[in-house]
Design a protein around this ligand. Sequence first.
Ligand SMILES: Cc1cc2nc3c(=O)[nH]c(=O)nc-3n(C[C@H](O)[C@H](O)[C@H](O)COP(=O)(O)OP(=O)(O)OC[C@H]3O[C@@H](n4cnc5c(N)ncnc54)[C@H](O)[C@@H]3O)c2cc1C
Length: 243
Amino acid sequence: MRELDATANGWRARCGDHVIDAGAVVLAAGGRCWRVAEERGELCTNHPGATGEVTQIAADLGAELRDFDALQYHPNGGAWPPNMQGYSIPETTRAYGAVLLNADREEFTDSLGPRDEVSRAIVDEVANGKGVETEDGRPAVYLDTTRIAQHDADVSLPYMLRRYRAGGIDPLREPILTYPVLHYQNGGLVIDTNATTTIDGMYACGEIAGGTHGRNRMMGNSLLECCVFGRRAGRAAAEGARA
Ligand SMILES: Cc1cc2nc3c(=O)[nH]c(=O)nc-3n(C[C@H](O)[C@H](O)[C@H](O)COP(=O)(O)OP(=O)(O)OC[C@H]3O[C@@H](n4cnc5c(N)ncnc54)[C@H](O)[C@@H]3O)c2cc1C
C-alpha cells in the first residue's frame, strides 16, 4: 500500500495500479527496523519489507503513536562470516552455556541478562576499546559457543551449526563474532483492546502496533501479539464495516 484516504463509506487504498475500497482497514505492515538499519549503516535481523511507510501513512492521517523511538536491538547479531551478518544468533546458545567474552577473552557481563542490558554491555565494551573487529572492519565481541555441549547443539541448534559451518566456521570449535543488531520496533500505532487505532474504522495488529510490550519487549512473545490482536482486529473490522 502506498496511499490511504478516508472516503464517505470507509477507506480507499492504492498500491500501483491497484485500488481497493473498504469499509474498514486493518494495518499489519510490520515494523521499520530494516529501513532504520540501512539509514544507520547497521546490520539488522529483519526482512527488506520492514520499511515502516504504512505507519507514516497512518500517522499522517492523524493516528496516534506511542513509544515510537523505542527500537530493540537483539544482543547477538551475527557479525562474521558474511553469510551470517544480521543473523539473530539464538538466545538458546547462551542458555546452553555460551558466554560473551571481550578481546582479552574475559567475561564482561551476565550473558543471560535481558536483551537491552546485554546489548548495552556489548556496545560499552567495544566503546571502551575491549572489542574485536571483523575482517570487514565491523565491531564485535566473542560469543564462546565452544562451551555448548555437542549433544545440546545437535538437538537444539542444528540450523545455526549448519549455517556457520557453511560459512567456514564451526561454533563448537571456535568462538563466533557477535554485535547487537536492530531487531524489533517496540512502539507503534496506539490501539485499544480491540486493536482499534485512534481513528475510527482503522485497526492495527502485529509489530506496527505499539503498547503490548511497553518500551522494552522480552524475547519470544511477539507472535502472540500478532495472533491475539490479528484475531481481534479482524473481528472488530468485520463488525465495524457491517455497522
Ligand atoms: C529473525 C527474527 C526472529 C524472530 N523470532 C521471534 C520469535 O522467536 N518469537 C517471537 O514471538 N517473535 C520473533 N520475532 C519477531 C516477530 O517475528 C515479528 O515481530 C513478527 O513477525 C511481525 O509480524 P507482522 O505481521 O507484524 O510484520 P511482518 O511479518 O513484517 O509482515 C508485514 C508485511 O507487510 C508487508 N508490507 C510492509 N510495508 C508494506 C506496504 N507499504 N504495502 C504492502 N505491504 C507492506 C511486508 O513486506 C510484510 O510482508 C522475530 C523476528 C525476526 C526478524
